[in-house]
Design a protein around this ligand. Structure first.
Ligand code: GRF
Length: 186
């Protein structure tokens, strides 16, 4: 069994997909969910699955205390699944090559600070891109800049809205993210 700590502050559909994928596999133990939003949908998922939650504010997130708590979970992998804050340098250094993120576009395009959620898809559509996709990558000290692990592509259709494109992208995310985690911890 490998321990994973999930970081999520949104609806949590990726967390749900990951939990579902590993449910009967005995490969992964989701030891905690780190969240910075007490209204986040992912908290309900945590509760339903009896996973401890570390609810954080900015100050706590950057503290030695938080790093110590993370270490206590003995994570083999830290998985950012819809988490928007930059990971503190001390955390990146404490877990080299053990932190991964998923981004809903083909990095290096449509990445960086402020590029998240609908904004990503609106920009892709405004620029009349013919394709978009997802990027799963290692996390370093800069937003969306760590080494790419995998990218998956999808078409952008002429009639697409940010919502319809987001749905297609979510489909890719839910398929690839658990499988990449499985490969990395294998
Ligand atoms: C995903 O699109 C992911 O790429 C991005 O945040 C979104 C999270 O969605 N980093 P959800 O909360 O997993 O539904």
């Amino acid at each position: 069994m490998k321990n994973i700590v999930l970081f999520a502050s949104g609806a949590g559909s990726n967390v749900q997909a990951i939990l579902h994928y590993f449910k009967d596999k005995n490969a992964v133990n989701p030891v905690a969910i780190v969240c910075n939003n007490k209204e986040a949908g992912v908290l309900k998922i945590a509760e339903a699955n009896n996973i401890p939650v570390e609810l954080i504010d900015r100050e706590h997130f950057k503290s030695d205390d938080f790093l110590a708590i993370l270490k206590q979970y003995k994570p083999d992998l830290l998985v950012l699944a819809g988490f928007l804050w930059k990971i503190p340098e001390a955390v990146v250094q404490a877990f080299p090559d053990k932190i991964i993120n998923i981004h809903p576009a083909l990095l290096p395009k449509y990445g960086g600070k402020g590029m998240y959620g609908a904004k990503v898809h609106e920009s892709v559509i405004a620029n009349k891109e013919k394709e978009s996709g997802i990027t799963i990558h290692y996390v370093n000290e800069n937003y969306d800049e760590g080494n790419v692990i995998v990218q998956a592509h999808c078409r952008v259709q002429e009639q697409d809205t940010a919502d319809s494109l987001a749905q297609r992208i979510h489909g890719l995310e839910h398929f690839y993210f658990p499988r990449v985690i499985e490969l990395l911890i294998g």
